[in-house]
Design a protein around this ligand. Sequence first.
Ligand SMILES: [Fe+2]
Length: 378
Amino acid sequence: MSVPEVTRTTHLVSAEPARQPIAPAPRIPESQEASPTILIVDGLKLNRDLLKAVLRSSSYRILEATRPSEASAILEMETVDLVVLDLMMPELSGPEFCRQLKANRKTQLIPLLILTSIQGVENEIAGLDSGADEFLLKPLHPALVRTRIQTMLRHKRTVDSLEEAETILFALAQSVEQRDKYTAGHCQRLSMYSVSLGEMLGLNSEQLKALKRGGYLHDIGKICVPDSVLYHNGPLSEEQWHVMRSHTIIGESICHPMKSLSQVLPIIRSHHERWDGSGYPDGLAGEGIPLLARVLQLADIYDALTTARPYKPALSGEEAVEIIEEETRRGWRDPELVLVFRELCRNRFDGTLAGEILYDNQQMVTRSLENMQRHLLK
Ligand SMILES: [Fe+2]
């Protein structure tokens, strides 16, 4: 039994109700849109006032904190575009606070500027090493401070726009999933399964991040596949298959402009390749198929088999793995990866597998893991 490539549902089209004219949303005032927010963290009022005076000529929204804990409370509530902090502060040093901010997902992309009157290259190194983006020595030259801050804010705007573009892509991918109520939650589970397998293989954090994103983005190209093909009831014609297969290449081209998704592209393009070269779109075979694509493919098949669809019930984890093994014997899947995946399924995904010695050759599993890890280190 092969994995169903197409979700087959009876597609009912209902008459769309007459649309009411939509009142335009109130526009946010220009000044509110355009003013970046700067948070100054300094224990001395004199220093804060001095910096405010330097920045007065620009239309910034300035927030102030006297200590890191106060700054953290503000950062929890406000959207801040830049933090300017002193090297020496109560509670935490500047570098320690920088480290804390860079470790927090909510604040990690906010640029940090350290100001200090303490001379010494070792302070500068410690500051930059902790994640601060810039370092300025006092006495401050007003023009230099303004220029540096403008540059940092410009960079922040670029990062924001990239983040927004990525968010839009993920929303697009979600809309693909939501076209079919029977696949709800598929992307999230897929991310979870493939990251678990990636962890078992000892993949690095960048590869795991790519798998997590790949779980959501792998089928984004289906946005271009019409409902008449995606939900076709019955076997697809050759022409329909051609359209269906194109989702891999279209998905890759949608995500290609995003540099941050470069490691996800091979997953999107190659997640329907087969070990014996009979897959699509490129007919890649064996280790010529990118490893991350092979990992995500197993997770994809497993989830498709273990969830109910209108034309089939949900299989148990054990049954799903048996089908994947049958496909491996047929030459479609990576045999060593399947061994590791079986072990993962037995331990993590499905309680019914736990404790059963369905695959009892532990040494073979260990050897497969070692082979995979050696391959990764090549
Ligand atoms: Fe796909």
